[in-house]
Design a binder for this molecule. Structure first.
Ligand code: ZN
Length: 488
């Protein structure tokens, strides 16, 4: 992947080119990063002398290291390792210490601590935890997408939205998905869920949250907004470049990990919002169609959601500028299968067919666009997990990916799209221990990806032989008694 001339704010690093993580305190050697492009005025690396150790990648909002994980080590022995870098699966042993991957050992090597918890994964494949780049954790259960089983008056209630999120997080983690990118939820729901998972108070994937999605009057998701309506509280409607900037600042202030924009917008509005987000160190993803997509890519958008219509020129520009794509074809397939098309929305003037969506992905792949994996399982569609995620991967295969390439998109590539390639997405020493173990060989037969046996997130076993077990109540000693050691 070219880093030098594409005008992209924060060039994507391949999993293998991630900055070195030093053992002490997550210091990054900025020298590795300075070899990359410095072609945007807001690139903070310009202000750091090459080789200066810094606490995080200067291009992003600092990512705090978080709790260090349970005591002790976990060893996954007897399986095959698919490490997410693009290397072929191979027999090996994965050693986890607290919340980090310590080593990937050749079969037969037993260099791990004597007290480690050893799990036999014979007949299984060990891979990086999957990432889903397109979720809405708080969204209403129906809206026509699956069975309605909630009282009408609770549609936009943030408490109800939080509980929906808790349930969805369980569905994701049970399916081997250890990170999700929430591209728009009600109020602060996604931020609160993120905090609770991070503090190990809820079982679920890591949450990377946009806060509210930003739209225009009459734009996507903004139609008919009023108290009690489906997306009231989930959408920030803005008008004019200055207010689009202000809307970005609002999400940043609330703790956004990235910014989500949706058409309709003017050229000036989308450019202002993207420039503001980039100055703050946030990446931007855009839900748009036709010329709106072209405008967003011209303005430096980092990512485009959905398989919506766009021109050959736009696809070429995406490839040149390093703009990624998250096609979310599975949710469109569900719409075609249940409704025949996308009707009655102001921002989806027309939709393709399922076959044409696959063709769109094929064209982008041929052009060299970086393609990630997201599902957009709104309504009750999350109940189709893990099959829904598998269907999205099969779309990539239908569009020309090999099975292993689809798995790399789901792991290593997805980690680069959320700007976390230095910590997530591959099984390499020093990375955070987000690990999926499935029965079979998903790199040879993708369907095996749904045979989830073990899921480890941040060094904690959350799924044990297919059942969610993590985050049990671990009683604290009463005041005045000796402290107990927390078991791994
Ligand atoms: Zn969506």
């Amino acid at each position: 992947m070219s880093h030098g001339t594409n005008g992209h704010r924060a060039p994507l690093r391949s999993p293998l080119a991630a900055p070195t993580i030093l053992a002490a305190g997550l210091l990054l050697a900025v020298g590795a990063a300075t070899a990359l492009a410095q072609d945007r005025p807001e690139d903070r690396r310009r202000y750091v002398a090459p080789g200066t150790p810094v606490s995080d990648d200067p291009r992003r909002v600092p990512v705090a290291p978080g709790p260090t994980g349970p005591d002790g080590s976990i060893v996954l022995v007897g399986g095959r390792i698919f490490d997410g870098t693009g290397a072929a699966a191979r027999p090996g042993t994965l050693v986890i210490e607290r919340n980090r991957i310590r080593a990937v050992l050749a079969p037969g090597s037993k260099t791990w601590p004597a007290e480690a918890r050893v799990i036999d994964v014979g007949g299984m494949t060990v891979l990086p935890g999957l990432i889903d780049l397109h979720t809405h954790l708080s969204y209403y259960m129906s809206g026509g997408f699956g069975p309605a089983d909630e009282p009408q008056q609770l549609i936009a209630d943030p408490i109800q939205g939080t509980l929906r999120g808790v349930e969805r997080l369980r569905a994701y983690i049970a399916s081997g998905i250890t990170s999700v990118r929430d591209v728009g939820s009600h109020g602060d729901v996604a931020f609160r869920l993120k905090d609770w998972v991070r503090a190990r108070r809820l079982p679920g994937p890591r949450v990377f949250a946009a806060g509210n999605l930003i739209s225009a009057r009459g734009g996507h998701a903004a139609g008919g907004l009023r108290p009690g309506s489906l997306l009231f509280g989930a959408v920030r409607v803005a008008s004019g470049p200055e207010e689009w900037r202000e809307a970005v600042r609002e999400q940043y202030e609330r703790g956004a990990d990235f910014i989500k924009l949706t058409s309709h917008f003017t050229r000036e509005e989308v450019a202002a919002a993207i420039a503001e987000a980039h100055a703050l160190g946030l990446r931007v993803t855009v839900d748009a169609e036709t010329f709106y997509t072209q405008w967003a890519v011209e303005a430096g958008a980092d990512c485009i959601e959905h398989p919506l219509p766009r021109s050959e020129e736009t696809i070429r520009l995406m490839a040149t500028k390093g703009t990624c794509s998250v096609p979310t074809v599975v949710s469109y397939k569900y719409i075609f299968d249940t409704r025949g098309g996308y009707y009655g929305t102001m921002s989806r003037r027309f939709s393709f067919s399922h076959e044409a969506n696959i063709e769109m992905v094929r064209k982008m792949k041929r052009a060299g666009v970086t393609i990630g994996v997201g599902t957009d399982l709104v309504g009750a569609w999350y109940r189709h997990l893990p099959a829904a995620y598998l269907t999205e991967l099969k779309v990539l295969v239908a569009a020309g990916f090999t099975g292993p390439e689809a798995l790399v998109a789901a792991t290593g590539t997805n980690a680069t799209i959320i700007d976390m390639a230095d910590r997530l997405g591959t099984l390499e020493p020093g990375k955070l221990a987000d690990v999926l173990v499935v029965r079979g060989k998903p790199d040879e037969l993708l369907d095996d990806l749904t045979q989830v046996q073990w899921v480890i997130r941040d060094g904690e076993v959350v799924v044990d032989r297919g059942q969610i077990v993590g985050l049990q109540h671990l009683p604290l000693p009463e005041p005045g008694t000796a402290p107990a050691r927390r078991s791994p």
